[in-house]
Design a protein around this ligand. Structure first.
Ligand code: ADP
Ligand code: MG
Length: 512
């Protein structure tokens, strides 16, 4: 998700020596066609050219700055006086076309599924029952949800902007399989910057004399799709004077990603304001119709780019969140949709019959969704949960242990996973986690360009995300779209962590 305060614990910084390119790129060159292409053999001719790479990297960095692939600095996160390029790969990474198309083809199904869950109070209550007993953050969200449910929703227009993230697993036989990591239903970020990254990679390929390959990079503009979704929700809200309020954190390193969306709205004559929970607490109010007013301006849409982790809240911020949720404004997402994106819900969906019951008479959509699931396991305080704990302790390298958190760097792997489970195996606390099969994508070689970091080749894995946007008015879905993609790549030393955390970097899929 959007942001994480501390760097994740596992792994070392990219300055640490990694394996050399030649030893890794030689692996996996036998077997299926995918094995042949999944490695960066497509760029092999330039990858180890010690003279060329630094020269092209310098050109690449300037291209990123020119295209606006930007971030504020760690040192000055609240000022645009000094900014830098957002980290990105020197070269695009290979994604097989079948996998890429599959990820797009299932996105509208996921939009529908999330929207359906958000309207199913019984499902949310049952699924999250064990979690909210032990996880305070989810419990707090759930409490607000129940309050709003009791009072009745003032809101009649609903807007979802999500990003479903995947890794490409490869089975023992080498066949690639698209497997979902998670779906982000709140503050799904990098739709702005990724819309500008393709041009950078096209330029790099042109400079490398690979103009044919440059032409193959697909156009990608999730930023526009996201803005159009917000614009539609704003229009259906039906007040020309009303504004869109982007709810932001106090540290705003990723402001340019947000500005991309904001600027798209301004060009459509939709006014945008940026505020924090603190401002809402101090200056927002509801009128008798539960219209939300911020400093006297009516708010049509609240677009959260904050509010997805415990650190975002104090007592006042929770009150501000409740006020917004009670209002008639279109929330993106509303609290139910945020809950629909929890890892516990994801785990429950993988149980036999669950997606089938949620989307009855939609067998094809269900099949497309199910095909992306990997093994997910409940750690509830029952016999099944106890078996799962034993299974994970016996073979910790096969799994990922996930708490109900967003933002990267919260998951546990290997020895850490084992130690924690041994500690909490008989405590109800274990139900605040879910267990997931670890996905092992093929690696590729690339250069991760990051300000103030040495230029060196890294063995990497990539994560593909597809953005989905939907708008519902009452019971009618009026927009349901996939609007673009995001490819993020990280060195294999890091098990976890996103772009803002300084682990993953922006990439562009080279679809073949
Ligand atoms: P968050 O909400 O914190 O982003 P994720 O579920 O996306 O949580 O996990 C964070 C990162 O951990 C992912 O970006 C991915 O790199 C890694 N990860 C998560 N689940 C798995 C998995 N099942 N197999 C391999 N890596 C995983
Ligand atoms: Mg994630």
């Amino acid at each position: 998700m959007e942001f994480r305060r501390q760097p994740p614990t596992p792994g070392t910084d990219s300055a640490a020596g990694g394996p050399t390119g030649s030893s890794c790129s030689a692996r996996g060159l036998s077997g299926s066609a995918f094995e042949m292409t999944a490695h960066l053999t497509v760029w092999e001719d330039v990858l180890h050219n010690e003279q060329l790479i630094p020269e092209v990297a310098a050109i690449a960095v300037d291209a990123a700055l020119l295209e606006g692939v930007l971030m504020r600095t760690k040192e000055e996160p609240s000022s645009s006086n000094v900014v830098n390029y957002a980290p990105f790969t020197l070269l695009p990474s290979v994604v097989p076309s079948t996998i890429f198309e599959q990820a797009y083809a299932v996105q509208q199904d996921f939009n529908l599924l999330v929207d359906t869950i958000s309207q199913n109070a019984e499902f949310l209550e049952r699924t999250l029952a064990s979690t909210i007993k032990v996880d305070d953050f989810t419990a707090h969200l759930f409490k607000i949800y129940k309050q709003v449910l009791k009072e009745g929703f003032a809101q009649s227009v609903f807007l979802g902007i999500n990003r479903s993230d995947y890794m490409i697993d490869h089975g023992a036989d080498g066949t690639p399989a698209l497997k979902q990591i998670e779906i982000n239903t709140i503050a799904a970020s990098f739709g702005g910057l990724t819309s500008r990254t393709t041009a950078v990679h096209r330029h790099i390929l042109n400079v490398l004399g690979k103009s044919k390959e440059a032409l193959k990079l697909l156009d990608n503009n999730p930023c526009k799709g996201i803005a159009l979704g917000i614009a539609k929700a704003w229009e259906l809200y039906g007040s020309a004077r009303a504004v869109v309020m982007v709810l932001v954190a106090d540290t705003q390193r990723n402001i340019f990603d947000q500005r991309c969306v904001e600027n798209e709205l301004w060009t459509r004559n939709i006014r945008v304001i940026r505020r924090q929970f603190e401002d809402v607490f101090e200056k927002a109010s509801l009128d008798n119709d539960r219209r939300l007013y911020m400093e006297g301006q009516e708010v049509a849409v609240v677009y959260y780019r904050e509010g997805y982790m415990p650190e975002n809240y104090n007592k006042q911020n929770w009150e501000a969140r409740l006020l917004i949720e009670r209002s008639k404004a279109v929330k993106c997402p509303d609290i139910a949709t945020q809950l629909a994106g929890t890892k516990k819900v994801q785990q429950e969906l993988s149980q036999p019959g669950v997606v089938e019951r949620l989307l009855p008479s939609q067998a094809e959509a269900v099949a497309r969704i199910r095909a992306t699931f990997t093994g997910l396991y409940s750690l509830d305080m029952d016999e099944e949960g106890a078996k799962v704990v034993a299974m994970a302790i016996a073979d910790p390298e096969r799994y990922v242990l996930k708490p109900q958190r967003e933002g990267g760097g919260n998951n546990l792997y290997g020895e850490e996973l084992k130690q924690l489970l041994e500690k909490i195996k008989d405590s109800p606390e274990r139900a605040s986690y879910i267990l997931m099969d670890k996905i092992t994508p093929r690696t590729s070689m690339n250069y991760l360009l990051r300000a103030h970091s040495p230029l060196k080749i890294s063995e990497c894995v990539s994560e593909l995300g597809v953005f989905g946007v939907y708008v519902r008015q009452g019971k009618d879905i009026v927009v349901n779209k996939h609007v673009g993609h995001l490819l993020r790549t990280k060195a294999i030393e890091h098990a976890d962590g996103g772009v803002a955390a300084g682990v993953a970097v922006l990439d562009t899929p080279y679809v073949i």
